[in-house]
Design a protein around this ligand. Structure first.
Ligand SMILES: [Zn+2]
Length: 185
């Protein structure tokens, strides 16, 4: 849960103990160092994911996390953003209070989350999940993103594909190398 004082998403557990039907945890916010208490109840019932071929398997947060991580590989995302997305989706799934959830619903939730986080990760996930069979469908999705971005000015949470300072670094680095090479000769 987010810090009740500053809203920061990450905290560390400094003490935990079993209480009647769950676990009481004393936490410290990693943003403002405030301490607060959470009570975690044991998950009441198992949640099953219904796959495309109607097979069912138990919901796995690890699987969800792996899928998101793969899409976000080497993307410059803020620390904890991926875990936060997985946590939010897991919470939302359990809050639905259903015993079974179609895998497509989870896929859509991941897509929605990635869309607000990183467009490259979003396209990567979409290309696997939506199984784009031809480049036209993929291009359509990219075009939709680009035109949506042009309408709304770039959200602050969205990182540019190549930040200006990085671009500068790259060009400077290139120049520096050339100078060095000349000096050696
Ligand atoms: Zn805080």
């Amino acid at each position: 849960m987010n810090c009740p004082y500053c809203g920061h998403y990450d905290s560390k557990v400094i003490d935990s103990r079993d209480v009647n039907e769950g676990i009481r945890r004393r936490r410290q916010c990693l943003g403002c160092n405030s301490r607060f208490t959470t009570y975690e109840r044991l998950q009441p019932a198992a949640l099953f994911v219904v796959k495309k071929d109607e097979r069912r398997e138990g919901f796995s947060r690890d699987k969800l996390l792996t899928g998101i991580r793969k899409a976000c590989e080497k993307r410059p995302l803020p620390a904890g953003a991926i875990d936060k997305l997985a946590d939010d989706i897991e919470t939302e799934l359990y809050q639905k209070g259903k015993a079974e959830i179609p895998s497509a619903v989870i896929g859509d939730m991941v897509m929605e989350g990635l869309k607000g986080l990183d467009h490259v990760a979003y396209i990567r996930f979409a290309s696997v999940y939506r199984e784009f069979t031809d480049i036209t469908a993929l291009k359509q999705e990219v075009d939709t993103l680009v035109s949506a971005e042009a309408e709304v000015s770039q959200p602050t949470s969205q990182l540019p594909l190549l930040p200006d300072d990085k671009l500068e670094q790259l060009t400077n680095g290139h120049r520096a190398k050339r100078v060095k090479a000349r000096v050696k000769r």
